[in-house]
Write a protein that binds this ligand. Sequence first.
Ligand code: NAD
Ligand code: MG
Length: 378
Amino acid sequence: MKNVAILGSTGSIGRQALDVVRAHPDLFALYGISAHSSETSFVAQVVEERPRVAVFSRSLSIDVSGTELRWGDQALYDLAADPQVDVVVLAISGIAALKPLLSALRAGKRVAIANKESLVCGGDLVKEVRKQGGGELLPVDSEQSALFQCLQNGRRDEVEKLILTASGGPFFRRPRAELGGITPEQAVKHPTWSMGRKISLDSATLMNKGLEVMEASRLFDFPGERIEVLIHPQSVVHSMVEYRDGTVMANLSTADMRLPIQYAMTWPERVPSPAVPLKLWEHPDLAFYRPDMARFPALKMAYSCLQAGGGCPVVYNGANERAAELFFAGRLGFLDIEDSVAYALDRFTNRPMQDLDDILAADGEARRLVDEFQSTRS
Ligand code: NAD
Ligand code: MG
């Protein structure tokens, strides 16, 4: 029996992680939850699930017996490191997940990690803290889970390259000239996955795939040159590993995040899941295309940032997070997102990231540069 803490329990991944816990009362007990927004659904989760600890970002006054209600950042870091917790599901969005991640890894936890921004920005710091604390990182992001599973079929020195698939988002077939007027409502309508709004937008801009190239590099320790992206609009093949003899191992399943969430929690065991089995005959049209880097500058910039190292990945992410906020607020257009990331990267003086302060400073600088970009537009 493992005690689980779900950080970001009110989000898309958080709610599906809760489903996985509920589906396996013999394997998992819900020890803690945390959230930052959606007060009503957080309170409903507390009342229905009665976790031992519940952490909200602000103080809440609800009366529940059996649950210790806490609030604020420190309470969140404490839950991530709580001696009673065996598995932390990290389902917070954005760089806000970095400190809870470090806290969990320092305490030697297994972290089922959905959040990619913390891996992209945390870089070597996350690696070091994981080593020192003895924690484990098990990927939840569907592509990374697919790579993780395919990598179990051979030795590392037998691997030629990692192949990440990308749905291409809702505008894959639209000419670039038509993308300027895309609204937030159009941008978050993902063709194959139902997800939180920031990652849905990132999928439409391809910033998500850029972040995933860096995420894969961090998780599996491969350089950008050995990580390829293929557009695969059906989202049936979640990613692949090519071995040196030319054999390609692929991971296929229905598009249901509960599968990779559960696998990250149960690995090395595999148990039945609530997901519907794949009916491959319903997908006679599986297709793969090489992405056009000129059409997707978000992808091109991600490879350059990975190559440059230092603070560039942090700036890529921070600028994108800020640009997404401004896009949702109606203050930036759709194509301004990649332009503002390029603007921030152009003006950032790259330097090594020695510690958390360096990372947070680079993140703050990226956000300021995007605000500067926005002010030149209005
Ligand atoms: P979401 O917006 O639906 O949920 C985010 C959760 O994090 C909410 O519970 C929210 O209250 C909490 N949160 C937000 N800001 C916070 C802060 N500053 N401090 C503490 N908690 C905070 O997001 P999501 O779609 O579930 O995605 C979560 C993470 O998982 C993201 O990093 C995303 O890239 C990654 N991911 C999501 C999916 C998916 O299918 N949704 C797939 C792969 C990876
Ligand atoms: Mg993904």
